[in-house]
Write a protein that binds this ligand. Structure first.
Ligand SMILES: [Zn+2]
Length: 284
């Protein structure tokens, strides 16, 4: 696999000082190098050096608003944009909004024009609503988020599957409610993060084959287990994206995941699509 330009679509460089202490304990799980990660959070150039060492071209900086569960307010957006500002080709900032606030339209406008984010992140188990709550509970702000993202060509990444953070409500992680979103916003590029792992992967696979505008990222699934969860991955390789979720709980490292992914018995075409070409289509 010579000359591969790898994109990791799911990395969490976030303003960790905003995180509630009980959530911080979970973030540190399985990490001996927490000091180093704290340093990276303050220095984009150090992070770029790490990416160079690990053979990764660019990453999406996944930031989102989750006031109640994690403590992240809209201030994450300025952090994400600022962190990425010196390396626009290699650090792609994601931001978020609370769809329950009264000025969703204005905040989305800010994300597009002021912060120039490359995508929006929604985390239902941490934000405590279903992705289709605009249909079932009249959460109009969510409709505004989707339609403005659609109009501006911004991908929306939606967490699916479990979360182990204190206060997270796992039922919101069922990917099935993305069916409504994919139907109602046919031009919206949706990234179903984590493919519903560990116990909604069949639902996720069905949706991937059904909706042309739905992609998924393999982040937080240990690569060695990927074909166990998605035995027919090759069939959806054209809409699968490599992601690590590093430094999320229990994720050993970007290169660690990349090496394990490259060792999987998949065709080289599928590997190239997942590591490079699919994300080039999404982020040009
Ligand atoms: Zn994540």
């Amino acid at each position: 696999m010579e000359g591969l330009k790898v994109t990791d679509v799911h990395v969490h460089i976030q303003p960790f000082e905003m995180v509630k202490p009980e959530a911080m304990e979970v973030l540190k799980l399985g990490k001996r190098d927490y000091e180093f990660i704290t340093e990276l959070r303050k220095s984009p150039s150090k992070f770029i050096e790490l990416l160079d060492r690990e053979g990764v071209w660019r990453v999406c900086l996944i930031n989102y608003v989750a006031k109640e569960v994690l403590g992240f307010t809209e201030e994450v957006n300025a952090f994400s944009a600022e962190y990425a500002s010196e390396y626009p080709d290699r650090l792609l900032p994601f931001g978020g909004v609370d769809p329950r606030s009264t000025d969703v339209e204005q905040r989305m406008e800010e994300l597009v024009s002021k912060y120039e984010v490359r995508g929006i992140k929604i985390h239902p188990p941490h934000q405590l609503f279903f992705p289709n709550s605009y249909v079932t509970e009249g959460l109009r702000g969510l409709e505004v988020v989707y339609s403005m993202a659609e109009d501006n060509g911004l991908p929306v990444m939606i967490h699916t599957g479990t979360s182990i953070f204190p206060g997270a409500r796992v039922r919101f992680g069922n990917p099935l409610s993305l069916d409504d979103v994919a139907l109602d916003f046919p031009k919206l590029k949706i990234i179903m993060a984590h493919g519903g792992r560990p116990f909604w992967t069949e639902e996720a696979f069905f949706l991937l084959r059904r909706h042309q505008n739905l992609y998924f990222d393999v982040s937080s699934i240990p690569p060695k287990r990927l074909l166990h969860y998605f035995p027919r991955l090759e069939e959806v390789a054209h809409k699968t994206l490599f992601g690590s979720d590093w430094p999320g709980p229990m994720v050993p490292g970007i290169k660690h995941n990349l090496d394990d992914f490259l060792a999987l018995p998949l065709s080289n075409d599928a590997k190239r699509a997942i590591l490079e070409t699919n994300s080039r289509r999404l982020f040009s």
